[in-house]
Design a protein around this ligand. Structure first.
Ligand code: ZN
Length: 228
């Protein structure tokens, strides 16, 4: 950033007199941003802004990228974004919610074993109706893009994609185990694919949970409403 008196670092706000001096300047934040690249920093900013809102910090909710660069959490969120950039995760904000609910210290957020723990907990989190509705939304979007009638979803959806959706949390067991015609999809899976599905969906747990939940009636009403 060139000002009247020289170049100001957008991270630490130090002013450097010459352009070559500005290029050589490397504070901790600038170094991290340069190393990770703008895509990761943009993801980090979005996660940070969401975290800020979620925790209702301060009165200002319209956090800018400048605010982010100034934040003492800049490096932590950049490390977090870098750590999850190649992890198949349906909703990255949900990971932030989980971190807050579990009161995990910020220095551990990027931890791979922690991310693994979250991924194993994805499906059991949240309320049934909400989770089924999120999956139905994704299903309707997929059908729209592929020009497949909603009723044919289970007959047309590719099994490999189904497993990816399951792994990322996009396909919730709340949807998978309650939707009409779901057997049409399950019948199209090979044995190894069924085993993979069962790795993500513990049937004993789910049968018990669904039998005790009042959400299932609501979920069925939603299917009728949308014509699934
Ligand atoms: Zn700097």
């Amino acid at each position: 950033m060139k000002g009247q008196t020289g170049y100001t670092c957008p991270y630490c706000h130090i002013t450097l007199k010459t352009e070559s001096g500005a290029k050589k300047h490397a504070c901790k934040k600038k170094k991290m941003a340069d190393e990770l690249g703008s895509d990761v920093v943009r993801t980090a900013y979005k996660l940070w802004a969401f975290w800020y809102l979620y925790n209702r910090f301060g009165k200002h909710t319209d956090r800018t990228t400048d605010d982010f660069r100034r934040s003492p959490y800049f490096n932590l969120f950049c490390e977090l974004a870098a750590s999850i950039q190649n992890v198949w995760m349906f909703d990255k904000n949900d990971y932030v919610v989980w971190l807050c609910q579990k009161r995990i210290p910020a220095t551990k957020w990027k931890d791979k074993t922690l991310i693994g723990r979250y991924k194993r907990e994805i499906h059991v989190r949240g309320k049934g109706l909400e989770r089924a509705a999120l999956t139905l939304e994704a299903v309707m979007l997929w059908c729209m893009e592929k020009e497949v009638p909603l009723k044919d979803f289970f007959a047309k959806f590719p099994p490999n994609e189904f497993l990816l959706w399951l792994e990322s949390g996009k396909m919730s067991p709340w949807f998978l185990l309650t939707a009409p015609n779901r057997d049409v999809l399950i019948d199209r899976l090979t044995d190894p694919q069924i085993n993979k599905m069962l790795d993500h969906v513990n049937m004993d747990y789910w049968e018990d949970r669904l039998s005790k939940s009042s959400d299932v009636d609501e979920i069925n009403r939603m299917y009728t409403e949308f014509g699934l």
